[in-house]
Design a binder for this molecule. Structure first.
Ligand code: PBG
Length: 336
């Protein structure tokens, strides 16, 4: 019998295609598996009654009034999705975003409405001010050293008031996203002092000043009215700096870390996971990442289901343990 020569020049014949030859084998050797339990769905809540307003720049996503939440979270829970994160559009905005810490503010109403019907679904609240201030920045504006900018330390105080109000309404976890220095320490101390030592903090630890938030700012009506967020959010060019951000947040007591956005920052997700394998890591698959897929799919240029699942898989493969994504409901259906 004729001996076939090795394709690897004398080495035992390594053929990686052997394990790809059959779908059952591919199932056995698959390294990353998406599960609806990995997903957190962002929801936009507005004042008023009996309304669902489609968000033009985010096809498939709505702003909804509080009364819509019980049926909405019912369908979310039935799909096996464990958590939602809430963003609110208040009726009135002011310089300090007071609706954010009003016991009857839009987020507090939303948390109570969900908790009244669904005690097991996790309700995560975004702790930030950009949706609540008339200037659209993530904190109190100050005038220091001849510059107009968000006043870091003054903002810490109202962040704590906001987080405590959310916990009093029944939030299960808080997610501060304002990128103020010392934010996690201030919130941990504030929550502990208000009898909320049991509430975990998911920190938007490495959050970049990104163009990918465009559609969200339409949805949440939170575009800055002057300037931009580059004095508090990170420069997209920096990767090592993310490790300083997460290192501080870990030291200050963050329970879960987050990288945001996800798709253009897969390297950051991997670096953060490698630097802190002991801390659960979330990634935010943000509005622009969602809307790009939706737009291309609407044009017939890509296969939405295939691309969305490939993106979510890549985020998990990069090191994320959980993903905040507007695809959560569709992806849960596709995976069923
Ligand atoms: C700030 C916040 C933003 C997002 C979530 N929380 C946007 C911003 O910094 O303007 C963006 C999420 C997305 O684009 O999906 N509170």
């Amino acid at each position: 019998m004729m001996q076939k020569t090795s394709i690897n020049g004398g080495f035992p014949s390594v053929r990686l295609r052997r394990l790809r030859s059959n779908p059952r084998l591919r199932d056995l050797v698959r390294e990353t598996e998406l599960n609806p339990r990995d997903f957190i769905l962002p929801l936009f809540v507005k004042h008023g009654q009996n309304q669902r307003v489609p968000i033009r720049s985010m096809p498939g996503q709505d702003q909804m009034t509080v009364d819509q939440l019980p049926s909405e979270v019912d369908s979310i829970a039935k799909l096996g999705i464990p958590a939602v994160v809430l963003f609110g559009i208040p009726e009135h905005k002011d310089a300090v975003g007071s609706d954010a810490y009003d016991p009857d503010g839009i987020i507090q109403q939303a948390v109570r409405a969900i908790k009244a019907t669904h005690t097991d679904l996790l309700v995560i609240t975004d702790v930030c001010f950009c949706e609540f201030t008339d200037h659209g920045h993530c904190g109190i504006i100050g005038h220091q050293h001849g510059r107009t900018d968000v006043d870091n330390d003054a903002t810490l105080g109202i962040l704590v008031k906001e987080a405590v109000a959310q916990c009093q309404a029944g939030a299960d976890m808080i997610a501060p996203s304002g990128m103020m220095d010392g934010m996690i320490a201030a919130l941990r101390t504030g929550l502990d002092g208000a009898d909320f030592a049991h509430i975990p903090i998911m920190s938007y630890a490495a959050k970049y000043a990104s163009g990918f938030y465009g559609p969200f700012r339409d949805a949440a009506e939170s575009t800055p009215q002057f300037g931009d967020r580059r004095t508090y959010q990170m420069d997209p060019a920096n990767g090592a700096e993310a490790l300083r951000e997460v290192g501080l947040d870990v030291a200050e007591g963050a329970d879960i870390l987050m990288v945001k956005p996800a798709l253009s920052y897969l390297d950051v997700i991997r670096r953060v996971k490698d630097a802190h394998p002991e801390i659960p890591l979330a990634a935010y698959n943000v509005s622009g990442e969602y809307s790009m897929v939706k737009a291309a799919a609407a044009n017939g240029w890509i296969d939405e289901q295939r691309i969305a699942l490939e993106i979510l898989t890549s985020i998990k493969r990069a090191g994320a343990d959980m993903i905040l994504t507007y695809f959560a409901k569709d992806a849960a259906k596709w995976l069923a």
